[in-house]
Design a protein around this ligand. Sequence first.
Ligand code: FES
Ligand code: FES
Length: 152
Amino acid sequence: MVTLRINGDEMSLDDVDPTTPLLWVLRDHLGLTGTKFGCGMGQCGSCTIHLDGRATRCCVLPIRDIDGMSVTTIEGLSEDDDHPLQEAWVEAGVPQCGYCQVGQLMSAAALLADNDEPSDDDIDRAMSGNLCRCGTYTRIRSAIHAAARAMR
Ligand code: FES
Ligand code: FES
């Protein structure tokens, strides 16, 4: 049996096949559908969550490999969608179709937790695993700078 702490709550996943990727446990077993399925091959970043605070793609991550670890999803990022990044995203009108944006936010949040004054290069490096077919990269970078300013 696998036990995870998900958005602060300890959960025993005794009715779930331990080879199931975390993405499907979140979406299908727990109803946390904010985390998105994109490529399913660990290459697009749309399924990014935090695993013990680190930005991690969860579409190819069997839960048996992360027993006892802490998971944060977009639903647990803030109380009222008011993380400085979420506010900066709205202010800058970042999303276009929106599909990649949860993954983008989770990668950005992990970056700012470690570095409250990231350079453009820091941002580009941290966000390089998150693809956006709509090309919102410039607005993402501006919003990360704005959120970083708000958090300092
Ligand atoms: S859906 Fe996980 S990286 Fe693309
Ligand atoms: S906003 Fe459409 S894929 Fe990023």
